[in-house]
Ligand binder design. Structure first.
Ligand SMILES: [Zn+2]
Length: 246
């Protein structure tokens, strides 16, 4: 909101260290007290709209030890692949760029991910790795989407696959088992669906041919005539590198 007055803050001292917490008042019906340390090192306290300043101060002071420890941890983080770097990072989800917002919650909360068209917010405790939480969430979201793509492309290939599983695989995008089940790499969730469909058809064709011989590629191109363009795009993405969440 433009033109609002100076932000409200609560100041306190803990073990001789001066701490400052920004106050965010919420008019939401079920607004409650919550203290958070953002990845940038800023502390905020959310309170119901009409909470007396004195009560806000008392609440923050009751959490002073947690607050001091959380601020210290954020400040002490090493710079590489740590949550501090994750905040503000941009990751493509099914080919659409999303900006990550990391929120640190008090205590040991159940990590939570919320997403809209352009943003992904992850709320974690001080001991959680945001990247890992996001990766787990993407993997869970990927299961129904990959299942739908498998069902969509199976008739064109002429196969009836079994279970569709999503796993953390280091090198491969997918693999098939003798029972007809297909395992996919959760990192497919970071690719454009058009490219993912290429991987899906590749794996479906392995249910017909276990190798990469001429017969295999005939199946692939028959089912998906523009397959080689999708495969080329996948190689380009591999070369450029995907965001490293783990
Ligand atoms: Zn293959």
């Amino acid at each position: 909101m433009a033109g609002q007055s100076a932000p409200e803050v609560v100041r306190l001292r803990h073990n001789g260290v001066a701490l400052e917490v920004a106050v965010v008042r919420s008019s939401a019906r079920h607004a409650s007290y919550a203290l958070q340390v953002l990845e940038g090192g800023e502390a905020i306290v959310r309170v119901p709209l009409r909470t007396p300043k004195r009560d806000v101060q008392t609440f923050v002071e009751s959490k002073a030890a947690w607050l001091a420890a959380a601020l210290e941890r954020v400040a002490a983080r090493p710079p590489v692949e740590e949550p501090g770097d994750m905040d503000g990072a941009i990751i493509p989800i099914w080919g659409v760029d999303h900006t990550i917002k990391v929120l640190l919650a008090i205590g040991r909360p159940r990590p939570k991910v919320t997403v809209d068209d352009t943003k992904l917010a992850v709320m974690v405790g001080i001991m959680d790795a945001p990247g890992r939480v996001i990766a787990r969430w993407l993997a869970a979201q990927a299961v129904p989407r990959l299942r739908a793509l498998v069902d969509q492309w199976s008739p064109a290939v002429g196969v009836s696959p079994g279970a569709v599983l999503v796993r953390e695989q280091k090198t491969r995008w997918g693999s098939c088992a003798h029972d007809g089940s297909i395992r996919f790499n959760w990192r497919l969730a970071l690719l454009d669906p058009w490219v993912v469909e290429g991987v899906v058809v590749h794996e479906l064709c392995h249910l017909l041919e276990a190798n990469h011989g001429p017969a295999f590629w005939e199946h692939v191109v028959r089912a998906q005539p523009d397959h080689m363009a999708r495969r080329k795009r996948l190689r380009e993405i591999e070369k450029a590198g995907l965001p490293n969440l783990l």
